[in-house]
Design a protein around this ligand. Sequence first.
Ligand code: XMP
Ligand code: MG
Length: 187
Amino acid sequence: MTDIPIPDSVEHVLLDEATIRARIEVLAEKISRDYAGIRNEDFILVGVLKGSFIFLADLARRLTVPHRVDFIALSSYTDATDVPGAVRLIMDTRASIPGRHVLIVEDILDTGYTLSYLQRVFSARGPASLRTCVLLSKPERRKVEVPVDYLGFEIPDVWVVGYGLDFNDRFRTLPYIAALKRSAYEK
Ligand code: XMP
Ligand code: MG
């Protein structure tokens, strides 16, 4: 276990390293079983930057099926004139999608807007299949229902950081997932 001091703004550790690791092993086994026999060039893991980078790295290294790794980056619109939850693609995959099996790897499902947007974008590109793998889900926060094929953990409605997740780009590389103190993010 890594001995890293817990920052002051952290309320408590929600999921420690061992718990995350054990769950990822289970997810990787399921995914490896479901995609058994696939060819390397046909299976693309698409990580959503930046939040998923650690999850994707750990998950991918546990897969026993060949796969490629690619990334996309999104930005949410903050303009008040835009519809709520509108997101846009600011960096696309390098791999071409038509005919390939795509697994979107996301850090956290909150309102569901991001993942449903991604499902629309990728399904329009004619993949052989499209599935989603999400580390965390806050069911209480959902505004739109999105199918998730592989889910790590359900968590309560608290802001979490660590293991790729951040608050204003801080705490991203904590080895565990922790709830932030409300005073740190609520004014
Ligand atoms: P939606 O609402 O579209 O949002 O499902 C998903 C995105 O919101 C971010 N998000 C979080 N990021 N800690 C974070 O670091 C959290 O507790 C949290 N809740 C939502 C995240 O970028 C995710 O992709
Ligand atoms: Mg994200």
